[in-house]
Design a protein around this ligand. Structure first.
Ligand code: DSN
Length: 418
């Protein structure tokens, strides 16, 4: 691999090879990460990256689009088929630009908008105060309930009635339960808001039919393409036909220049993969293993936010075992298991040193690791946390993790020697 790169730039080649080995040798538990297939990676690394294509199919500002138009049309048609969408735009550079385009399409600076608070599992771009969505709009946040830690739909309705948002975001980045799109629709209709479902985390589960789809319910659906959907790093917007022009114009020329055609090709490949029966099996493995891991962690004295999971992620309150999330995440990484530290709802600790960790099962499931392996994983987590920085335990577990992973090749990295 990387013959040309190794000779032209050995420094970068060596770093890529080291990162590839790291991805092969560790249990990747970051809920927003995955392994894109070799086919997706080849599309992304192709000559399509050399081409400028500002505009849309048949209406571009540069000549030479005979193949690019076909690539983008295939990506759009396949995403439409997978999700049953009326209109699709595959040009957003990623999830944050996709969400910004929605604000640009439907609101003006100063307008009221609403989303789930970041510390309660929402996203920065859902109106959090340090983000442009919180600085340029009159952003209001709804919470989860203090006791159940489930979305507080009554509070959401009450705040929406008060502020009458132009845009109502329903969507999550750190929330392990099913989102009731219909309940959001009711409120959006009542207050006259555009309902936006951000399914960046769960789009693979939606594609596989393992989470209810917001596509028939919401006005607009935004997503990244690389999390559970397992495509390249990119974004997409699905919407009703009536919003097609507003969304397309918000992306280009409103917000972006030329689309990244190589990424578009990668999205097309991923959409084809998502239509295969093997993708459904993968997605089932994702949710089954998340549930099994949750049960096994609870048996070992951990507390899960909301008590469990319906999707690919677990928010684990590590303070229940007496240790904050950050040192737990650091110890787990030393032991070969890579997750991120995460706030829990109503966290008394600071975001940079919070009370929990977030664990996702998508990348593991892509390697074929499933529910039957989760007691082993929970034991490793338990042992590392119980050992409290004992490096001999971390080293032993790291060795066991590496040995375990030999039987589960990582998609897209099959040629990498651990
Ligand atoms: N960074 C993504 C995540 O980890 O959930 C969200 O943007």
């Amino acid at each position: 691999m990387f013959d040309a790169l190794r000779s032209a730039d050995p420094d970068i080649a060596a770093l890529i090879e080291s990162e590839s080995r790291r991805q092969v040798r560790t249990l990747r538990l970051i809920a927003s990460e995955n392994y894109a297939s070799a086919a997706v990676q080849e599309a992304v690394g192709s000559a399509l990256a050399n081409k400028y294509s500002e505009g849309y199919g048949g209406r571009r500002y540069y000549q030479g689009q005979q193949y690019i138009d076909q690539v983008e049309a295939l990506a759009i048609d396949r995403i439409k088929a997978v999700f049953g969408a009326e209109h699709v735009n595959v040009q957003p550079y990623s999830g944050s630009p996709a969400n910004l385009a929605v604000y640009f399409a439907f609101a003006s600076p100063g307008d009221p908008v609403m989303g789930l608070g970041l510390p309660h599992g929402g996203h920065l771009t859902h109106g959090w105060n340090v983000n442009v969505s919180g600085k340029w709009f009159d952003a209001h946040q709804y919470p989860v309930e203090r006791d159940s830690e489930l979305l507080d739909m009554a509070a959401m309705r009450r705040i929406a009635r008060e502020v009458r948002p132009k845009i109502l975001f329903a969507g999550i980045t750190a929330y392990p339960r099913v989102v009731d799109w219909d309940a959001f629709r009711e409120v959006a209709d009542e207050v006259g808001a555009i309902l936006v479902a951000d399914i960046a985390h769960i789009s693979g589960l939606v594609a596989a039919g393992l989470h209810p789809s917001p596509v028939p319910v919401a006005d607009v659906v935004t997503s990244t393409t690389h999390k559970t959907f397992r495509g390249p790093r990119g974004g997409m917007i699905l919407c009703r036909e009536e919003h097609a022009r507003a969304i397309d114009r918000a992306i280009f020329p409103g917000l972006q220049g030329g689309p990244h055609n190589n990424t578009t090709a990668g999205i097309a490949v991923a959409a084809r993969e998502a239509a295969q029966p093997s993708f459904r099996e993968y997605a089932q493995r994702v949710v089954d293993s998340a549930r099994a891991l949750g049960e096994a962690l609870v048996e070992r004295g951990f507390r899960l936010v909301t008590g469990g999971t319906d999707n690919h992620m677990l928010i684990v309150d590590t303070m229940h075992r007496g240790v904050p999330g950050k040192p737990v995440a650091q110890a787990l990484e030393r032991a070969g298991m890579v997750c991120n530290y995460n706030s829990i709802p109503f966290d008394p600790r600071k975001p940079f040193d919070p009370s929990g960790i977030r664990i996702g099962t998508a990348a593991m499931a892509s390697r074929g690791i499933g529910a039957e392996h989760m007691t082993r994983l929970a034991d490793w987590v338990d042992q590392v946390v119980a050992a409290s920085d004992d490096t001999s335990v971390e080293e032993r577990v790291r060795g066991e993790v590496e040995e375990f992973l030999i039987d589960f090749p990582a998609p897209g990295l099959e040629g990498v020697t651990p």
